[in-house]
Ligand binder design. Structure first.
Ligand code: PGA
Length: 249
């Protein structure tokens, strides 16, 4: 079993209500119970913003962290109907926020907008889970590396505190599709991302895209991966827990 810190991050997407606390509670209990077995792991559940406060209040002896799935780029209150910014998420008890998810990029998030969101999140003391990934067209055109490089370069300010950012490699074609990259391919891409981020210590890079308990074993052989961003499978406590168990098997 590895001693390196591993992240298991759930991205609930547009899912969940007050009753779904049941799922959070079970995952929290599991995490607490296995603290001494899986010594160095960190469980984060990124739930809808409407639920963060309630879940935080309900959790007894908290062993997991809660996060949000997106934030507005505007750092302070403003006339942005329907939006929630980093400061508001922090006030509700979020510790993390996903930024740059491909589902948000599809709805108009550009690297320029993402840059502002990351800046605001860090200013408001949130840890950022920053998603990058190539589209199928880019992959087929042999442009995976250049696409990743561009996303990193154009979404991060020069002076940004990189220590507050966890990168998540999420190939757009793998998210929600039940397709995943080949092991060797993934190994190379994770290395490439780490090399492209100028930090004294190697940055944390997660993999996300159709992760489930069955394909988990093929990912756990890649020691450079620092954890996983898990979408649909995190909407079930059993599936999420099975992923963690299988990782350490
Ligand atoms: P998926 O989603 O696991 O359902 O493919 C991943 C994600 O949205 O981060």
């Amino acid at each position: 079993m590895t001693n390196k810190l591993k992240y298991f991050v759930g991205n609930w997407k547009m899912f969940g209500d007050l009753k779904s606390f049941n799922i959070v509670n079970k995952i929290n209990k599991f995490s607490k119970k296995t603290k001494n077995v899986y010594k160095n792991n960190k469980v984060i559940l990124c739930v809808p913003s409407t639920l963060i406060y309630f879940y935080n209040k309900k959790l007894v002896s908290k062993s997991i962290s809660l996060g949000a799935q997106n934030c507005h780029y505007n750092d302070d209150y403003g006339s942005f109907t329907g939006s929630v910014n980093a400061k508001m998420l922090k006030n509700m008890g979020a510790e993390y926020v996903i930024i740059g998810h491909s589902e948000n990029r599809m709805e108009g998030d550009t690297n320029e907008i993402i840059k502002k969101k990351i800046k605001s999140a860090i200013k408001r003391k949130l840890n950022v889970i920053f998603c990058i990934g190539e589209t199928l067209k880019e992959k087929k055109g042999g442009k995976t590396f250049s696409s990743l490089k561009r996303q990193i370069k154009n979404s991060l300010e020069k002076k940004i505190n990189l220590k507050k950012i966890i990168f998540a490699y999420e190939p757009v074609w793998a998210v929600g599709s039940d397709k995943t990259p080949k092991t060797e391919e993934l190994r190379k891409i994770i290395k490439f991302i780490k090399k492209n981020i100028k930090l004294k210590k190697l940055p944390k890079v997660l993999y996300g895209g159709s992760v489930n308990s069955k394909n988990m074993r093929s990912f756990s052989s890649i020691s450079d991966i620092d954890g996983f961003l898990i979408g649909r499978a995190s909407q079930s406590s059993k599936k999420f827990i099975d992923i963690i168990k299988n990782y350490y098997k």
